[in-house]
Ligand binder design. Structure first.
Ligand SMILES: Cc1cc2nc3c(=O)[nH]c(=O)nc-3n(C[C@H](O)[C@H](O)[C@H](O)COP(=O)(O)OP(=O)(O)OC[C@H]3O[C@@H](n4cnc5c(N)ncnc54)[C@H](O)[C@@H]3O)c2cc1C
Length: 444
């Protein structure tokens, strides 16, 4: 990594850091963290005031258990079956958009057992290594925690805990899916236990839905996503990272990130020796402006969450209700319910029936005397890649621009490992994991 710090051009129309990170979500901030650790001077650009990041409001589950790529066999047939249902957990809106059709085509090409077998160890290693990094960052009690970090972690107050995860089922289809996923996860070496209804209720007595059994994944963890981001930003500022609250208009090989308007200090563009684009679901539009011809297949996959205070439910272990595909996460005295995955572009219309299924469950847990307000619904766009693997590494044809995107449902889980890998690549040191299966060049 270069440490040259060329000064800004005439009239402060541009600024320069060793590395510019575009995007201040979990992935961008984690990338900034590991770059600083590697000795870089870092600037983070984010349209912070817009507040449209997926990294807040999500379920905060850190899930090595989720080893099966999104493009698993059966997802397409389910998607087609659910296409017409306004309350289904997974939904694809048909659209005549070339990028979307190409995304679907790549997705379909990967929806086979061979790709699942290929993807499982990659996702497992990324998530397991990421949890070890979380242990060190946030003070974990897990096996990777280094002595002493539990009392003085660099990122305090994030609510990080190695809680484990319950995947619960009720009906036959959900039971079959749950046990099938457990077989695959067990084959990949994950520590899990299949549970009867009584065993599941003994682990978590405050489960308030009908269940017939479940699977407990011991390695998983949870974090409060907003607190994680806040702690990260505070710590990065303390370590000298510059934050620029601005919207990026486009990327330019000569001047780096061109702003939409000017930054507070009058800069119109910001550049570094390297630019890392970690702009979540908005990454493809920005990459296109580089003019390399790379059409990045990342689609916005919308989901909802509702966070409620409960009177008496004292849930301790996060769970996934497999029949509804809704997650339940205890968070600092509240419970967050989240779910649904809709592929309909950057559509911000609230889908009432889908939100209703999340709200219904939240009401069940909150108790009848608590009214859950309608406006309390959060929506976010996951950056979904069509092969279910994140996209990390240099942009072919413009190698000083790097990508850190496409994490889909696992962006919080895999944020630290992604940041570490980017820092490894830029420092030209031996990477913590093999980044080759994640390179953007696989989509050329
Ligand atoms: C309902 C729901 C539940 C989820 N639950 C989990 C979970 O339990 N565990 C898990 O691991 N993952 C979960 N996810 C997925 C996770 O939230 C995402 O994968 C992750 O947050 C993506 O992080 P990111 O940093 O890549 O993107 P974002 O958090 O979206 O950050 C991108 C940033 O780039 C900025 N940006 C974009 N374009 C520009 C521009 N032109 N100029 C300036 N700034 C720009 C945005 O403002 C934003 O801050 C969930 C997602 C949803 C929707």
């Amino acid at each position: 990594m270069h440490t040259d710090s060329r000064s800004s051009e005439a009239g402060r129309t541009s600024g320069r850091a060793d590395v510019v990170v575009l995007g201040g979500g979990a992935v961008g901030l984690s990338t900034a963290w590991y770059l600083v650790e590697a000795g870089a001077r870092v600037t983070v650009i984010d349209r912070m005031s817009a507040g449209d990041k997926a990294s807040t409001g999500n379920a905060g589950m850190l899930v090595p258990s989720h080893v099966i790529p999104l493009s698993a066999p059966g997802v397409i047939s389910k998607g087609l079956r659910w296409m017409l249902s306004s309350s289904s957990p997974f939904h694809i809106s048909p659209r005549l958009n070339l990028d979307f059709l190409r995304w679907l085509w790549i997705f379909a090409r990967h929806a086979n057992p061979k790709h699942v077998a290929y993807g499982i160890p990659i996702l497992r290693d990324l998530s397991m290594e990421s949890l070890r990094l979380f242990d060190t960052l946030c003070g974990g009690d897990g096996p990777g925690a280094s002595p002493g970090t539990a009392s003085t972690p660099p990122l305090p107050g994030t609510g990080y805990s190695r809680t484990g995860l319950l995947m619960l089922h009720r009906g036959d289809v959900a039971r079959r899916d749950n046990l099938h996923e457990a077989d695959l996860a067990e084959g990949a070496g994950l520590d899990l236990r299949r549970l009867s209804e009584a065993e599941a209720r003994a682990l978590e007595p405050d489960i308030r839905t009908n269940i017939t059994g479940g699977v407990f994944y011991a390695t998983d963890a949870a974090i409060h996503p907003e607190r994680f981001l806040a702690a990260m930003e505070t710590a990065l500022r303390a370590r000298g990272v510059e934050f620029v609250d601005a919207s990026a208009l486009r990327l330019d090989r000569q001047v780096g990130v061109v702003l939409d308007g000017t930054a507070e200090d009058g800069r119109r563009s910001i550049d570094g020796d390297f630019v890392v684009v970690a702009a979540g679901a908005w990454t493809p539009g920005l990459i296109r402006t580089l003019g390399t011809g790379l059409r990045l297949p990342v689609e916005p996959a919308r989901g909802y969450s509702i966070t409620v205070k409960t009177h008496d439910a004292a849930i301790r272990i996060p769970s996934v209700l497999m029949d509804e595909r809704i997650t339940v996460t205890p968070m600092a005295g509240e419970i967050r319910f989240s779910g649904t995955l809709t592929l309909s572009g950057f559509n911000t219309r609230v889908e009432a029936r889908r939100v209703e299924s999340v709200r219904h469950l939240a009401q069940l847990y909150a108790g009848p005397s608590l009214t859950i307000e309608k406006p309390g619904v959060w929506a976010g766009f996951r950056p979904a890649s069509p092969d279910g693997l994140p996209i990390i590494g240099p942009v072919p044809g413009a190698e000083r621009f790097l990508l850190a995107s496409g994490h889909g449902m696992l962006g919080v889980t895999q944020a630290p490992i992604t940041g570490h890998l980017i820092a490894d690549i830029l420092s030209e040191r031996t990477p913590i994991l093999d980044p080759r299966p994640l390179l953007p060049s696989r989509f050329i």
